[in-house]
Design a protein around this ligand. Structure first.
Ligand SMILES: [Zn+2]
Length: 107
């Protein structure tokens, strides 16, 4: 389930998605491969902003854990309405255009 991180500070926070534990936990490597080296990718959370659509493996990243336990970041699991469609909703296909699901970063 994707998670959103809210930055409660007035500074942007850069999270480095280190291969271990992030990629290893999420099962999907988001690093850049430079020769034999893995260069971890990073995400920026704007000051007082929210970044969503992250793998829940982000909660294993040491910096996220420490900032979250200090109350500077807030992690929330995101519900995916499309996956929880109620049977009543299927009877009306007219409503389809309204939803845009955020894409997962695939690389
Ligand atoms: Zn990786």
């Amino acid at each position: 389930m994707p998670v959103a991180i809210r930055n409660r500070t007035r500074r942007q926070v850069i999270i480095i998605l280190t291969h271990a534990p992030f990629c290893e936990t999420s099962g999907e490597c988001v690093c850049e491969h430079v020769g034999a080296r893995l260069v971890p990718s990073a995400r920026t959370i704007p000051a007082l902003g929210t970044l969503g659509g992250l793998s829940d493996a982000v909660s294993h990243v040491a910096k996220v854990r420490s900032l979250a336990s200090a109350g500077l970041l807030e992690l929330r699991t995101q519900q995916q309405p499309a996956d929880r469609a109620e049977p009543a909703e299927r009877a009306e296909p007219a409503e389809k255009t309204g939803h845009k699901r955020p894409r997962r970063g695939e690389r």
